[in-house]
Design a protein around this ligand. Sequence first.
Ligand code: ASP
Length: 340
Amino acid sequence: MRKFISITLFVLSGLFVASCTDNSGVRPEPIQEEWSIVLHGGAGGKSEMPAEDEEIFKIFLNEALVEGKTILENGGSALDAVQATVIYLEDCPLFNAGKGAVMTSDKRHELDACIMDGSNLMAGAVAGLTDVKNPIKAARLVMEKTPHVLLIGEGASHFAKEQGLEIVPNSYFTTEGRVKEIEKLLSERKQGSPMGTVGCVAIDKNGNIAAATSTGGMAGKKWGRVGDVPIVGASTIAHNGVVGVSSTGHGELWIRQSVAHDIYALMEYKGMTLKEAVHEVLWNKIDKMEGGTGGGVICIDATGDIVMDFTTKIMFRAWAKSSGDTGAAVNRTNPEEKKI
Ligand code: ASP
C-alpha cells in the first residue's frame, strides 16, 4: 500500500504552512530544461512545521511528484503530468482537495478545480462539485469535450456522470480531522485560513506548459461560495513561451488581484523575469492587502526555471527538473527569500 499508509497523519494538517525554493538572490544563467515540474499541497500555518512532521509530508509530496515526473521523462505531455499529479493529491486525505477537502459552514464539501493548456490557451474548470471523486478530471473534460470553460454545481455533476467519471457520496470527502476543524470554527464563529489546496505546473519536452489546481476551498465557507481556483487567471494560468502558475491562498485576494494573470502579464508585457514578477505580485500586492491570510504560488517559465514563493509560514511543495535539481519541502528553506 504505497499510498496514504498513515491516514492518521491528518492530524498534522493543522500545522500547515508554506515555503519557497532555495534562492540565493543571484540569478544563475538560464538553463533550458528539457522538462520541469513543480507541485504544491497548500500554504498557510501559524508556525513552521516540526522537522519530523515535515519529513513525513515530504514522502507524500515526493510520491505525487513521481506521478507527473514519470510522464514527462517518458515524453508525455505537461497536461497529462499535471493531471496525474493532482489526482494523486486529490486522493490523498492529507490535502484540501478531493478526499480530505475542508467543509462548508453546513458541514458539506463543495469542490473547485481548474486546468489550463498553455499550448492552445484552452482551459476547463468546475465549481461547487459535491459528488465527483476527482474534480480535476471533470475540469479537463470541460476543456476537451465542451465549448465552455466553467461548469458549476448540478450541471457540472450531471456532465461528469455523462462522461463516465466516478461519482461518490458527499461523505466520501470527509475525514475525522475535517469534522473537528469545522466544529471548532463554528464554535468560534470563524472561517478557516487557506490550507491544503493542491496544484501542479509542468513544461514538457515539446515546450508545452500546463497548470492545474484543485481545492475544497476555505473551511467554513458559505454554501455556494466559489474561490479563485476555478476562475481562470486568478489562481491558475498557462501560456506557452511565458509561464505556468498554480496558487494556493486566500481565494478572495487572488480573485481581486488576478494573481496568476498578473504574473503572466508582467512577464509578457513588461519583460520581467519570473522571479521579479512573482515578487511584485506576492509581496507588493497580496502581502499588502487587508483582510486576508496570504498564500503562495508555484510557477515555471519557458526555460523550465521554477519559482515557489509564499507569504505564509509554510507551503507544501516538491519539484524536479530534467537537469537533476529535485526536492520537497514544507518550511521555508531560505529565510532571506522574501528579500529578493
Ligand atoms: N485558494 C483556495 C480558495 O480560496 C484555498 C486554498 O488555497 O487553500 O478556495
